[in-house]
Design a protein around this ligand. Sequence first.
Ligand code: ATP
Ligand code: LTN
Length: 336
Amino acid sequence: MEQTTEKKKRILSGIQPSGSFTLGNYIGAIRNWAKLQDDFECLYMVADLHALTVRQVPADLRARTKEATAMLLAAGIDTKESILFAQSHVPAHTQLNWILCCNSQFGELSRMTQFKDKSAKHPDNVNGGLFTYPALMAADILIYNADLVPVGQDQTQHLELARTVANRFNNAYSPTFTLPDGYITKEGAKIMSLTDPTKKMSKSDDNQNSFILMNDDRDTIVRKFKRAVTDSDGVIRFDTENKPGISNLMSIYNVFTGKSMDEIAAEFDGRGYADFKVAVGEVVADALDPINAEYEKILADKAYIDNTLKEGAQMASKLANRTLTKVYKKVGLYQI
Ligand code: ATP
Ligand code: LTN
């Protein structure tokens, strides 16, 4: 690594343990997290509190938080380089959340598309947490004064809100928060559902065939790709508007092979969709297999996972509490 005296920029990102991680999560977020560790000071978080905005089965949430931690470790998050923790283990996030809620406008929160989507999906549970979700996400980021936030495209609106709130606070009091930038890779910023390629691949989708899970086995992966919804014109060409299904598969193939869309089109010229789908399945399975083997090993070691989270929470809390103390003072909360 290049020697430099400059302070490394800081990164914070999070993922909800609202289901097992999908290929969309891997390509859009997790894959990049591991790569960024050398060049940035990274904090990665299992956003268990955010998951509560949708009703969870308690035992499942508990299990998935542990599984999420194991999967992040298996995917290359190295605790010698990065801080890995669970959101609920660092209470300062929720404490700052309140202050940021008081600095977020009803109109701003009402415009969030994720709020609208999830309200439509769960009309019987349009709760306050779902509405103020972006203020908690802003707290996650701002409490560490993160410079960059690696996320998929769907999170850009939330990031924009974090900047707005940070800016408002800095102007109302005094410069306190770093304005965070998104770090969104062009390739794979939005992987689409395999059963409806106009929709984002999402781990909370009810249709199991719509997503590939990071811990699906090779046969399942290939089978799901074979069933992927495409079109009937039989030509492999990148055209997101008219051929969203094939374009999505091409994007996935591109991520794992590094081949350009033209190269992919040439490789499969004159061959049918069936061949292409199997090829996509194979490269995905090749990439996920070793991560999975590691995941199984880590998951069996509860003490290691617990210890990782404990140390992560301690380190994160130290940084977070410093910001919280400053903020409490600035807004005029009485200090004893
Ligand atoms: P949920 O279905 O519970 O809303 P999700 O699958 O959308 O979950 P999140 O926990 O909200 O996943 O997202 C974790 C990270 O993965 C975020 O950075 C998000 O942008 C990214 N991500 C999620 N789905 C995709 C996708 N289909 N393509 C690219 N990135 C994605
Ligand atoms: N809202 C994010 C998860 C998340 C997050 C964060 C991402 C919670 N807090 C802070 C980046 C930074 C999502 O992916 N749905």
